[in-house]
Design a protein around this ligand. Sequence first.
Ligand code: IMP
Length: 198
Amino acid sequence: MARLFNEPELIIATHNPGKLREIAQLFEPFGVKALSAGELGLPEPMEDGLTFTANAEVKARAAVEGSDKPAVSDDSGLVVPALGGDPGIYSARWAGPDKNFNVAMQRIQNELGNKDRGAYFVAALALAWPDGHIEMFEGMVHGTLVWPPRGDLGFGYDPIFQPDGYDITFGEFEPSAKHAISHRADAFNQMVAACFAP
Ligand code: IMP
């Protein structure tokens, strides 16, 4: 049994305003006050884990240590099995310091050649308490990589990712439609069902 979350406050361990908004909204119905690691001035730890869950854990535990309050964090990326799992946990890094995802998508296309175009997005969530307890969840969405990229409604690798069962890319999805089936939604739904059930 997962531990139920009964605390008045929760740190969202991200310095990304977009993620903060998305995650804070999720907790509104549960009467939890969401505080951001950024506004509390908590440092960003090194993401040196070898898995998405390890990196989510590092970020959640660092926020707990810096605040003595419970914290939630996420880590996500695109996994291409034909590329040995790349870019995976290095998804953000493949875009370089300028965060240029056209470069990252082109690199995937170049390395893929005639290999299998199957891919999936992963989102790991870690929910940590000050007594050291932690709950982890991993969400996924499977699909196919298309070329050339299509659509500008999303971010990151969305324009080359076509989820299974659809003939449009995440870049062509309305944001609300993407949020209904995304890897992040999958992980959040698992966490809410396990730890925030009314
Ligand atoms: P992080 O979770 O902030 O470490 O970054 C994960 C990286 O994975 C992002 O910079 C994106 O490149 C990629 N990524 C994660 N989720 C998505 C998504 O929903 N669409 C497109 N790219 C994503």
